[in-house]
Design a protein around this ligand. Structure first.
Ligand SMILES: Cc1cc2nc3c(=O)[nH]c(=O)nc-3n(C[C@H](O)[C@H](O)[C@H](O)COP(=O)(O)O)c2cc1C
Length: 152
């Protein structure tokens, strides 16, 4: 049944985001697609983060993070942020703005959040954040992932 479960998931079209945060001298970014809006009042988002991901232990209540919805031409960034090299090296791409909360300047949209709850569940944690600020480019061409590959 697990194979069938994966088969069903592979048929879905997923929006691709990069989750980024920093805490003290630690800064991490990772590609995520398990992202959904939770509520409008307050505006809140949830993302499911694997407990083994390097970003996981950096997140605590009140940590600020950004959710960057990638555009169709940002496959390179999605690959960097899910690749073998982790940590600071993922921020070498020129699109990063690292002045405050790290975010990708050419993303379709950036949602800036404050973490309000972390719910550990099985291998992952559901990270829930309230939206403090939004940059929206007006573009409507998000990067899509389906069946193990990016749509082009
Ligand atoms: C399209 C795509 C979507 C992903 N979505 C998630 C996700 O929602 N949650 C998650 O924990 N990992 C997700 N991953 C895997 C992480 O990006 C990957 O394991 C990353 O390397 C974790 O960061 P680390 O290497 O710094 O630990 C996804 C990978 C890809 C390619």
């Amino acid at each position: 049944m697990k194979e069938k479960f994966l088969e069903v998931l592979r048929t879905t079209k997923q929006n691709v985001f990069v989750l980024a945060a920093e805490n003290g001298d630690q800064r991490h970014a990772m590609t995520v697609s398990s992202v959904f809006s939770v509520s409008l009042e307050p505006m809140s988002m949830a993302v499911s983060v694997n407990q083994s991901a390097s970003l996981h232990d950096l997140l605590m209540e009140e940590t600020k993070f950004s959710l960057n919805l990638l555009t169709a031409d940002q496959v390179d960034i999605a690959e960097i942020c899910s690749g073998a090299e982790e940590g600071q090296i993922r921020f070498n791409h020129p699109d990063w703005n690292l002045e405050k909360i790290p975010y990708l300047q050419s993303a379709q949209s950036n949602l800036f959040c404050t973490c309000k709850k972390i719910v550990p569940l099985y291998s992952h944690s559901l990270v829930i954040g309230e939206v403090d600020d939004i940059f929206h480019s007006g573009k409507t061409d998000p990067l899509i992932y389906q069946d193990g590959k990016y749509e082009s």
